[in-house]
Design a protein around this ligand. Sequence first.
Ligand code: AMP
Length: 215
Amino acid sequence: MSSPHVLLLGAPGAGKGTQSARIADRFGVDHITTGDALRNNKEMDISGLNLEYDTPGGFMDAGELVPDEVVNEIVVAALEQADGFVLDGYPRNIEQAEFLDARTDLNAVVRLTVSEAELIDRLTGRRVCPDCGANYHVEFDQPEEAGVCDECGASLEQREDDTEETVRERLRVFAENTEPVIDHYQGTDAYVEVDGESPPDEVFEEVEAAIEAKL
Ligand code: AMP
């Protein structure tokens, strides 16, 4: 059969990035992540669209969604190049879900479930390497030397949208805009839920089995 088409759903901090990277590796598919694509284009000039902010970064630092016309373009370009894919961070609202459904089919829609208290702890304690992208946590996943990346030695940073105030806004935006996306896929043959609170290796075992069962 052709390469799998996987959609990973879950709140910010549910582990979509970590699990998507493993899925991409295991199933030999592209990892399409709108969050990373937008972070790489935070300063892009979108003033011509006459929106609330003139760059994607304006929306991101406020914890708001970047408008669909900007995000959909990224996804179309990535889907055109991918054979199989795991999609992470998109769709984030019903309009994006309908846009996606019109363009591709999905073999597995995996939802990672994590409690809100755990999400807040994970996100506010997350530290990232600006050079190689490795992720750490001040409590649960410390680097060998505090503040220094084990992989490449760069100084670790907190993402600008991982402060407590912005995290709370991101979770509010998720509840308002993205929970309807979960309702949209729940009840379809491709949908499956996985408990995202276990350690990453255990979550991946379940995610892998869930995807295999759908292929
Ligand atoms: P993430 O890394 O997936 O948590 O995304 C970080 C930020 O990028 C979000 O808070 C949004 O501002 C923006 N973003 C990522 N994906 C989307 C999307 N599908 N639609 C709108 N905004 C997005």
